[in-house]
Write a protein that binds this ligand. Structure first.
Ligand SMILES: Cc1cc2nc3c(=O)[nH]c(=O)nc-3n(C[C@H](O)[C@H](O)[C@H](O)COP(=O)(O)OP(=O)(O)OC[C@H]3O[C@@H](n4cnc5c(N)ncnc54)[C@H](O)[C@@H]3O)c2cc1C
Length: 405
């Protein structure tokens, strides 16, 4: 078998038929009519504009500009935002389904797509109406790229120990410090930056700001070379006395910690949906290849492996949609369940890709088949948006707290 013959990503009709065959009615039953419609719209754009470019972007490390723009131009890049800011006021469930679709076609595009939302979200929830109107629509239309700058060398899991400082200056702030591992950091026009107004206050000093990427004192590192997600860039950011007007502060001084806490609810849906999308891509590719190799009578070992993967994929998708629905309905969504969703779904993506490679034997190693790409892309979903070790810690804390109530 020539692995390239199995490539259906460049044939939208075949792509759509294949992915429809992977739908499960039990998971679809959790989506309402509008959510199914959104998923269909996204799948169509992915089939025609995103999936056909994915392997090439992975090979060349070229930024997935066209793929992301196709989604933005179709009006699908502002799902969870209100209409007056350019969004479509959809649910978190619709967003999760959309993210799964985009990831199944091109994980790097899904990373850029979610980062746009992650940058716009703090402005929407904590910025003034004027600030939101100035910055959010461009991020949702794709005319501006955004970045969310939380992580620093030595402060990622432990956000409270961040060292960037915002000192009072001319009625505003002078911001100095450095961020690292920032998605789209090398090209972001709009940067959300978390810095401390007084490091002795710990997390109570953390404050959020929105920065214009063109401001003086802002420098960017060369994008890192990474194991996966090649079509998305990740870089350092350096701030040397960047002058930030007071009206570019998001929320109150010291309110940054709460903004991080609110934002990670969204970003953990994003990462979890990526896990499910990558699991689906790896499982679907393995299924197709095994059918091609063996016809309809698969060896028992392969059939049992696929049966297990299908069951786990369905469980992951049910968990993703259920927790997203709970987030839609609850004013105070449960941190333990969000952690369970993030950890379970991203582990699912990595484990499914690894198992798909195993069951394919030497074919799993072939780049043209795309399963090894799923494995490389999946690894980082277990790391960002709170590592899975940190999720276990959060789940454990919540478990103990609930038991004490
Ligand atoms: C491709 C990529 C894109 C990213 N994009 C962004 C972005 O856009 N914006 C942004 O702000 N950040 C981004 N990050 C950073 C990412 O969110 C952090 O790297 C991640 O949260 C881990 O934090 P850390 O770097 O401090 O690692 P560390 O916390 O130093 O982790 C090292 C190891 O220690 C473990 N560990 C840490 N604390 C605990 C604990 N309490 N208990 C048990 N184990 C623990 C971790 O699980 C990990 O295994 C990105 C990272 C990558 C790789």
């Amino acid at each position: 078998m020539n692995a390239a013959q199995l490539d259906i990503d460049s044939d939208p009709k075949a792509y759509l038929a294949h992915h429809e065959s992977l739908d499960e009615s039990a998971a679809d039953a959790l989506l309402d009519e509008r959510e199914l419609h959104v998923r269909g719209l996204v799948r169509d754009v992915v089939a025609h504009e995103v999936a056909p470019r994915a392997a090439e972007m992975d090979r060349t490390h070229e930024f997935v500009h066209e793929s992301y723009q196709a989604l933005a131009c179709a009006g699908l890049a502002g799902l969870i935002f209100p209409r007056h800011l350019g969004g479509t006021a959809d649910t978190n469930v619709a967003y999760a389904a959309a993210m799964e679709e985009i990831t199944a076609g091109c994980a790097a595009t899904s990373l850029v797509y979610m980062t746009q939302m992650h940058a716009a979200y703090p402005i929407m929830i904590a910025g003034s109406e004027e600030l939101a109107e100035r910055y959010v629509p461009g991020l949702l239309k794709g005319t501006a790229y955004g970045a969310l700058g939380i992580t620093e060398p030595g402060a990622g899991s432990d956000v409270a120990s961040l060292r960037s400082v915002a000192a009072p200056s001319d009625g505003g702030y002078s911001l100095s410090g450095a961020k690292t591992f920032i998605t789209t950091g090398d090209k972001a026009d709009v940067i959300i930056c978390f810095a401390s107004i007084d490091r002795s206050l710990g997390r109570k000093g953390i404050t959020a700001f929105v920065l214009n990427g063109a401001w003086d004192g802002l420098d960017r590192g060369t994008p890192f070379l990474k194991m996966g997600m090649h079509g998305s860039s990740t870089s350092e950011l350096f701030f040397d006395e960047v002058q930030v007007p007071a009206d570019h502060r998001l929320g109150e001084e010291g309110g940054g910690w709460q903004i991080v806490m609110n934002s990670v609810i969204k970003s953990r849906i994003s990462a979890a949906a990526q896990g499910v999308g990558l699991a689906r891509a790896a499982y679907g590719r393995a299924l197709r290849a095994l059918r091609r190799i063996h016809g309809s009578r698969l060896p028992d070992e392969a059939a049992f492996a696929l049966a297990t993967l299908r069951g786990k994929l369905l469980q992951g998708r049910l968990l993703l949609f259920s927790v997203a629905r709970d987030i839609d309905r609850s004013a105070t969504p449960n941190a333990g369940q969000i952690g369970i969703m993030k950890q379970t779904c991203t582990d699912l993506g990595f484990d499914t890709a690894r198992e798909a490679m195993r069951v394919l034997g030497p074919y799993g190693d072939l780049t043209d088949l795309g399963v090894e790409r799923c494995l490389r892309d999946a690894k980082v979903t277990q790391i960002y948006d709170g590592t899975n070790e940190v999720q276990r810690l959060l789940i454990a804390r919540d478990t103990v707290r609930k038991a004490g109530e």
